[in-house]
Design a protein around this ligand. Structure first.
Ligand SMILES: [Zn+2]
Length: 208
């Protein structure tokens, strides 16, 4: 599957799973110095490969594709320029946005949070599409696979689009568990020691 076909496929899945409503999210994938990104203002479940713009990593100039790149392209490029990410998924998923609207971080309530780097930070608010937002997100992402964006949504990175997409699903699941937990009582947060024990067990699994 070509990178453009992958974008269309994961765009469809994001809408199907309710992670994205209409045009409220964007995905990209990097190959060398080129970044293929979802177009601006197009519903993610109705994309076709030729519609997806390809932009230059450094200049952001469009080199292929019929539509304008997503308004959040500056954020995608800033992340590629400073991390090892090869794919990025950004959505306004419900529980991620709830946490991003009410808290400064998502604490690790489940050990799977380690797959995203542990605590997920909420990047400070800035207007969508601006270099300020890109800088805030880049900072929140340092050493992590995911960040939330204040009063906006979430963003995840991966070595492949599949990885970034699964990270977005996990982020949304963790946010939902935490928010639902808060509705019942005070969710227990895993301690540093408990998280270290998970890492230790992953690195040294017991013999079969
Ligand atoms: Zn957005």
């Amino acid at each position: 599957m070509s990178l453009r076909e992958q974008l269309c496929e994961y765009g469809r899945r994001a809408v199907e799973l309710g992670l994205v409503i209409g045009t409220s999210g964007n995905l990209s994938v990097r190959e060398g110095d080129l970044v293929t990104v979802t177009p601006s203002g197009a519903p993610l479940d109705r994309l076709t490969p030729e519609l997806c713009p390809v932009v230059d990593l450094t200049t952001g100039k469009r080199v292929a594709g019929e539509l304008r790149p997503s308004s959040e392209t500056p954020m995608h490029l800033a992340i590629y320029q400073t991390t090892d990410a090869r794919a990025i998924v950004h959505t306004h998923s419900v529980f991620g946005t709830v946490v991003a609207t009410t808290m400064t971080e998502l604490p690790p309530v489940h050990y799977n949070a380690l797959m995203l780097g542990g605590v997920v930070k909420v990047a400070e608010y800035a207007t969508y599409g601006t270099p300020e937002l890109a800088a805030n997100v880049r900072q929140a992402l340092e050493g992590k696979r995911a960040a939330l964006m204040a009063n906006h949504g979430g963003v995840t990175i991966g070595a492949t689009l599949e990885e970034a997409f699964e990270a977005t699903r996990l982020l949304e699941w963790l946010c939902e568990v935490y928010v639902r937990g808060l509705n019942i009582g005070k969710p227990n947060i895993l301690t540093e020691d408990q998280l270290a024990a998970v890492i230790e067990r992953t690195l040294n699994p017991p013999p079969l």
